[in-house]
Design a protein around this ligand. Structure first.
Ligand code: GCU
Length: 333
């Protein structure tokens, strides 16, 4: 069947006449890979991945395309791991916290102070000389290959009750975290009561008061509408977050050499585009949030750093983990 590359979920194939897909119409591809995403269509990841699909279809003369399913339509990230592994979904964007569950080594890049900026992060996480073995480490156990990384920008805490300045201000506050031991340890260390839950449940949990806040970047704060229900965004800047593009290993290793080369080349263009979009969309998100009444404040950075510092030693155990950490640290210079 004819399928569209990179249109959003629910948009049917173009019929030639009376086509309502409009500008989302991309080159049709003989094989359309399904990609699971938990962000909205306004998010930089959706935009960059949609373009990825369009370029891939062109580069492969229509042999290969990508359809991006946003908004957890194909399930939350924990399900995406399963579905990509068993091949019922081809690709997904998952947060580093998800991959920690499958291989502890991924936790190194989720350590609070490991990357000093988006720029150093991107230097490391798409350099296969550094991360090649890590990215193949889930192939035999889970049938998942990691293709590369997208930045999540810098994550901060936001709450409904008032600005946070020091770890003491977070005492007794339930702050939603991603579901991983490190994410929990991180927010507990910052003084709060970490509450793990799936991304898509956060808005309602904030609204109903089940949680007092969450931690994320400015872009998700706005695209998920969390600003409506948690108006104090306190710049703890505790983590440069990391998402990964994962693909079913059988599918990936089964691509022809030509299609694989096109995939790799277009992926490189994709994370570069994403990184650029990220900076612009972050600025825009802050403006949007402020216009809607959100309050941004600086915090006692030294106090939060001191609280987070001990986690590094706790999570660096093996030589592999130490080497990944060193690579991340040296990218800062
Ligand atoms: C960011 C990230 C997502 C992640 C989310 C979360 O938005 O890009 O991949 O799922 O944070 O906190 O769950």
């Amino acid at each position: 069947a004819l399928a569209l590359a990179a249109c959003s979920a629910g948009t049917g194939p173009a019929t030639g006449t009376g086509n309502t897909a409009g500008s989302t119409q991309a080159a049709a591809a003989a094989k359309t890979l399904r990609l699971s995403l938990n962000q909205t269509e306004q998010h930089p990841s959706f935009i960059a991945l949609k373009h990825f699909g369009e370029r891939l279809a062109t580069a492969t003369n229509g042999r290969l395309g990508i359809q991006v399913y946003p908004n957890e339509t194909l399930g939350a990230q924990a399900e995406a791991l399963q579905l990509v592994g068993d091949g019922s979904v081809d690709l997904a964007i998952v947060s580093g916290s998800q991959l920690e569950k499958l291989n502890q080594d991924f936790s190194v890049f989720n350590l609070p102070l490991v990357f000093d900026s988006v720029e150093s992060q991107m230097k490391v996480v798409n350099n296969l000389d550094v991360v090649g073995d890590l990215y193949k480490s889930l192939e035999s156990s889970n049938q998942i290959t990691v293709v590369g990384g997208f930045t999540q920008g810098t994550r901060s805490v936001y709450t409904s009750k008032g600005p946070v300045n020091t770890p003491a201000d977070l005492k007794g506050q339930k702050i939603r975290v991603q579901d991983s031991p490190l994410a929990i340890a991180m927010v507990d260390a910052m003084g709060a009561s970490a509450t793990p839950m799936a991304f898509g449940e956060v808005y309602t949990a904030l609204q109903s008061g089940v949680i007092d806040g969450a931690e994320n970047n400015e872009v998700s704060y706005v695209t998920q509408k969390h600003l409506e229900v948690a108006k104090y965004f306190s710049r703890t800047n505790h983590l440069v977050g990391l998402d990964y593009l994962i693909i079913n290993s059988g599918l990936f290793n089964g691509l022809s050499a030509e299609d694989r080369a096109a995939f790799d080349k277009e992926w490189a263009a994709t994370f570069a585009e994403h990184t650029q979009l990220w900076a612009a969309e972050t600025d825009k998100a802050v403006q949007t949030a402020e216009a809607a009444g959100a309050k941004f404040n600086e915090v006692d950075t030294a106090a939060f750093r001191a609280a987070l510092e001990p986690l590094t030693a706790q999570y660096l155990k093996t030589d592999t983990q130490k080497a990944l950490y060193e690579a991340a640290q040296s990218a800062a210079n």
